[in-house]
Design a protein around this ligand. Structure first.
Ligand code: ADP
Ligand code: ADP
Length: 235
């Protein structure tokens, strides 16, 4: 479903052809529907750049990224199928949080073929699915929620959108232990609904164990890839 084919990203820094940084060099892997793939690597190994390219937030220098055969095309249709959840759910580079009330954020995912009444019902159900109280959260502004609540709201949004792919970038690092387990259980649930998840992390975190497969990055290149237990079982 998600396919990266020999993807390279070169950042140009400075003016007049200054320095270049090859953040990602010739990376290929895929994520199938209902599969969690963890993308693991030290800080600076290119993980976020890969996430940002998949989300259309930065361009691909060469190679191709496709979702169900179509290239990344930022816009409403693309974001109906592909969404990102980031470490800092308030991070300003996620334009989702420029929305005003949480209800507006959720309403954006409006699926035009249902009645307003049915839509309200679905929104409430999705919010309850992530174990939040619709009456309590939907009237608030995103900054009035805790990080864990907001991350759960994003997962509720993913449920409503009927997403194909979720890019989860270091999502558990800001959460306390019990919220972390809640969020990971929700990811496991999304997976049973056929959603593909790219789980980006810099260390062996709990989420890694949700992943059937693991891709290990070093210096912008894939150094290891395979079933998670095999990758971590290696001496
Ligand atoms: P990770 O998410 O694994 O920490 P990144 O994708 O953030 O890695 O960074 C990979 C490399 O690209 C690093 O060397 C980083 O300094 C560089 N880099 C990231 N973003 C930019 C940018 N906007 N401009 C220039 N270099 C960047
Ligand atoms: P359009 O108005 O072209 O239909 P959107 O309003 O959906 O597009 O998105 C506008 C821009 O916001 C995109 O080009 C993209 O950079 C960014 N964007 C939208 N949604 C997300 C998201 N969930 N995660 C990251 N970036 C997003």
């Amino acid at each position: 479903m998600l396919r990266l084919d020999n993807v390279t990203k070169v950042y140009r820094t400075g003016t007049f052809g200054g320095r270049t940084v090859t953040a990602v060099g010739g990376v290929s892997f895929d994520v199938l529907p209902g599969e969690v793939v963890s993308l693991i690597g030290e800080s600076g190994s290119g993980k976020s750049t890969i996430g940002r390219m998949i989300l259309g937030l930065t361009s691909v220098t060469s190679g191709a990224i496709t979702v169900d055969g179509s290239p990344v095309r930022p816009g409403k249709d693309y974001y109906r199928a592909v969404q990102g959840v980031f470490q800092d759910p308030f991070s300003c580079y996620n334009p989702v949080f420029k929305a005003d009330r949480v209800f507006t954020l959720i309403k954006e995912s409006y699926f035009p073929r249902v009645s307003a009444a049915e839509w309200t019902e679905r929104v409430d159900a999705a919010v309850r699915d992530v174990r939040l109280n619709p009456g309590e959260v939907l009237g608030k502004y995103p900054h009035q929620l805790s990080g864990g609540q907001l991350q759960r709201m994003l997962i509720a949004r993913a449920l409503l959108l009927d997403l194909k792919l979720l890019v989860a970038d270091e999502i558990t690092s800001m959460l306390d232990a019990s919220t972390r387990i809640d969020v990971l259980n929700l990811l496991a649930e999304l997976k049973t609904r056929g959603l593909g998840v790219l789980y980006v992390t810099h260390d062996l975190s709990l989420g890694t164990y949700l992943a059937e497969r693991t891709v290990v990055l070093r210096g912008g290149a894939v150094v290891e890839m395979g079933p998670t237990d095999q990758v971590f079982g290696d001496p």
